[in-house]
Design a binder for this molecule. Structure first.
Ligand code: NAD
Length: 312
């Protein structure tokens, strides 16, 4: 049987790290694409030379030409500008919209059956844009944010509680920004609700640190944004799809009647498997959670409106 073919657009920090994680998990043949001549080829060659040591079984190639991506089963789109200190994800909207729209048009032309995982920021709006320009059914387009934000929350809980992050479950819903909604009530350590395990003040500290998780790293790095955990999150989603795992993961997915969103891509728990999004899971939200989720959805809607005005 042919191996799955995975394209990663953007061979920068997130893209190259996605290629590394995908190769390390032997998910399939990986093609890296970047607009900078030589960058994707160079990083792919470097990764391919790690194969004998690290045990990668599949091909890793790079190109500046989308012809190399033809027949991709799945593409992870990381092309675009990253935040610098003082910038919000929303500040990237206009520039990244052009880049993402161009990349998606070329990807779909070369691979009409592709499933898209969008990473470029602001991710909820970029996922809506990918839907608009690709003409693909919404279940084949999904944005990466919730897996990362939830992993950040899980890691902070683990640090505070002195337990393994593997034994912490956490869900962050809503848009990927300051209005994201860490769901403390639906999060747990070893199956026991967080609210029974940690004092209120600690939980508030964890929620705040989760919301600022990206900015904390931008402030430390100064020249760009996080990439190890974002890439691990995107590849976790790719694996769930390519191996038809039916994983329940929070992703930016199309919601119409679901959560009463009314036709936007926002962070909700979905089942990911062969073909993309297999369904949206509706959590019961109490009044406070519902209000926070609605505020976050309003923010995403505002961004999509700005995007529509750009007419890319
Ligand atoms: P980076 O600057 O290291 O890499 C971006 C790459 O995109 C560069 O190599 C650049 O040459 C390439 N590129 C630009 N225009 C292109 C085009 N038209 N076609 C192909 N490639 C093109 O940035 P990064 O740290 O890898 O971040 C990439 C994007 O991912 C940013 O928008 C960042 O904000 C976003 N991001 C999102 C999340 C999330 O949770 N959704 C997390 C981290 C980063």
């Amino acid at each position: 049987m042919a191996h799955p073919k995975i394209t990663v657009v953007g061979a920068g920090n997130v893209g190259a790290t996605c290629a590394l994680w995908a190769a390390a998990r032997n998910l399939g043949d990986v093609v890296l694409v970047d607009v900078v001549p030589g960058l994707a080829e160079g990083k792919a060659l470097d990764l391919a030379q790690a194969a004998p040591i690290a045990g990668f079984s599949h091909k890793i190639t790079g190109s500046a030409d989308y012809a190399a991506t033809a027949g991709s089963d799945l593409a992870i789109v990381t092309a675009g500008l990253a935040r610098k200190p003082g910038m919000s994800r929303d500040d990237l909207l206009a520039r990244n919209a052009e880049i993402v729209a161009g990349a998606v048009r070329q990807l779909v032309k070369a691979s009409p059956q592709v499933i898209l995982i969008i990473v470029s920021n602001p991710v909820d709006a970029m996922t809506a844009l990918a839907h608009k320009v690709s003409g693909l059914p919404p279940r084949r387009i999904v944005g990466m944010a919730g897996v990362l934000d939830s992993a950040r929350m899980r890691s902070f809980v683990a640090m505070e509680a002195g337990v393994s992050p593997k034994d912490v479950q956490a869900y962050v819903l809503g848009g990927h920004g300051d209005s994201m909604v860490p769901l403390v009530r639906h999060s747990s350590i070893g199956g026991v609700p967080l609210t029974e395990r940690l004092p209120k003040a600690t939980l508030e500290r964890i929620v705040e640190r989760t919301r600022n998780g990206g900015a904390e790293i931008v402030a430390l790095l100064k020249t760009g944004s996080a990439f190890y955990a974002p890439a691990a999150a995107a590849v976790e989603m790719a694996q769930a799809i390519l191996r038809d795992e039916g994983r329940v993961l929070p992703c930016a997915a199309y919601c119409d009647a679901e959560y009463g969103v009314g036709g936007y891509f926002v962070g909700v728990p979905v089942r990911l498997g062969a073909g993309g999004v297999l369904g949206v899971l509706e959590f019961d939200l109490d009044a406070e959670e519902r209000a926070a989720f609605d505020r976050s959805v309003q923010h995403v809607k505002g961004l999509v409106k700005k995007l529509d005005a750009l007419n890319v």
